[in-house]
Design a protein around this ligand. Structure first.
Ligand SMILES: NC(=O)c1ccc[n+]([C@@H]2O[C@H](COP(=O)([O-])OP(=O)(O)OC[C@H]3O[C@@H](n4cnc5c(N)ncnc54)[C@H](O)[C@@H]3O)[C@@H](O)[C@H]2O)c1
Length: 173
């Protein structure tokens, strides 16, 4: 059994939590943390069997029972939380992007160099056949020397109006 802690219980944090709870029998969500967790989310988490609901993610990082964390908090927290999690020996699934700053991304890559931790970035199109075709074309030299990749994709439906108030909406696309 892999014990998991969810860091960030906003929109995507709940999606991943639900997927694990309903679809992965070999994993257990032991804890969830979010400093601004709504009462509704906290109740949902507890009623879904998540024993520990915190406002401080460090309680997850410091919990020796937890093998892996999902970093689903706002983008500006991804690098610092990743570094703390790797230092604590946790496997990490981190929502995209790791950061907007290449130096910070490299800090995370360097921290993984001598670490046994697995680290995956959540990218919803990773297994999309169209994206794989583009990647293959690049690998085969059919595109030429790639400098910038611009991707536009859309959700199947618009987010709720309340979501648009907050900046994370801009990171959704
Ligand atoms: N891979 C994808 O397709 C995909 C889809 C959606 C979002 N994302 C990424 O996931 C991240 C979150 O997006 P969202 O749509 O869920 O945003 P959201 O605003 O709904 O949720 C973010 C949550 O993080 C919490 N948070 C902030 N600081 C925290 C901290 N220090 N510790 C714990 N929790 C903290 C906030 O309180 C909020 O509840 C963004 O980086 C976004 O780019 C990726």
């Amino acid at each position: 059994m892999v014990n998991i802690g969810i860091i960030g219980m906003g929109r995507i944090g709940k999606v991943h939590t639900e997927s694990i709870l309903t679809g992965i029998k070999s994993a257990c969500v032991l804890a969830a943390a979010d400093p601004f967790m709504t009462e509704e989310t906290a109740e949902w988490a507890k009623s879904s069997g998540i024993e520990n609901v915190y406002d401080d993610y460090r309680k997850i990082i410091n919990d020796k029972r937890i093998d892996a964390v999902l970093i689903c908090s706002s983008t500006d927290t991804h690098t610092p939380v990743s570094l703390e999690a790797i230092n604590a020996g946790k496997h990490v699934f981190c929502e995209k992007p790791i950061d907007h700053d290449l130096d910070k991304i490299n800090e995370v890559i360097n921290a993984l160099k001598n670490s046994p931790c697995k680290y995956q970035v959540g990218f919803n199109r990773r297994f999309d056949h169209n994206f794989r075709a583009v990647k293959r074309a690049v690998d085969e030299g059919k595109i030429g020397d790639v400098h910038i990749v611009k991707i536009t994709s859309r959700d199947p439906e618009p987010p709720p109006p309340a979501y648009i108030k907050y900046p994370a909406a801009f990171f959704w696309i």
